[in-house]
Ligand binder design. Structure first.
Ligand SMILES: CC(C)(COP(=O)(O)OP(=O)(O)OC[C@H]1O[C@@H](n2cnc3c(N)ncnc32)[C@H](O)[C@@H]1OP(=O)(O)O)[C@@H](O)C(=O)NCCC(=O)NCCS
Length: 151
């Protein structure tokens, strides 16, 4: 089941975040997302959260801030479902473009974004910390107006 993310979900999504990310967000960062009015959704199985997405939206654009699926549930279509849901939501609100950053080494996520018709529009050198230094971020975007026209 896919539903809205609530602040009471923070403990569960924090556990997933800590288990899958090299440099995970902490509780304060998640709380700040709620304070900032960001939007999110979770996927639940047996009333347990197995994945989530958080986006920020302005009047013109959407930024995908975090997309994460628990390791044992990866590769089953949940990441795509969360991303499609978020993009459909912002498209309905007339938002024309969505952006995201991804680690250059994150082949799985990059494959998902390319499949969903995101295009690389740039990169940020040394944007992400790693255990041994820094790693570049690739910046991807999708034009939602174009997507709408194609349908
Ligand atoms: C990236 C992530 C969100 C994808 O979610 P997921 O539920 O595992 O992916 P899905 O099952 O929806 O797969 C969608 C597409 O991702 C790609 N993908 C999934 N598993 C893959 C794998 N093992 N190797 C390569 N590509 C893979 C494929 O393109 C796949 O499409 P296909 O099934 O038609 O081939 C998830 O793996 C994850 O949480 N990873 C850790 C956190 C992270 O990297 N988040 C993104 C930060 S930018």
């Amino acid at each position: 089941m896919l539903r809205t993310l609530y602040q009471s979900d923070i403990n569960q999504i924090l556990a997933i975040e800590n288990a899958v990310h090299i440099a995970p967000w902490n509780e304060q960062t998640f709380k700040a997302c709620f304070q900032a009015g960001y939007t999110g959704w979770v996927v639940e199985a047996d009333k347990k959260i197995i994945g989530f997405i958080i986006i920020s939206v302005t009047s013109e654009e959407c930024h995908i801030l975090n997309l994460c699926v628990a390791r044992e549930f990866q590769g089953k279509g949940w990441g795509r479902a969360l991303l499609e849901h978020a993009l459909n939501h912002v498209r309905k609100h007339g938002i024309g473009i969505a952006y995201l950053e991804v680690r250059r080494s994150n082949r799985r996520a990059i494959s998902l974004y390319r499949q969903m018709k995101f295009h690389q529009i740039g990169e940020r050198k040394g944007y992400y910390p790693t255990v041994s230094g820094n790693e570049d971020a690739l910046v991807f975007a999708i034009s939602l107006h174009e997507e709408q026209e194609r349908q």
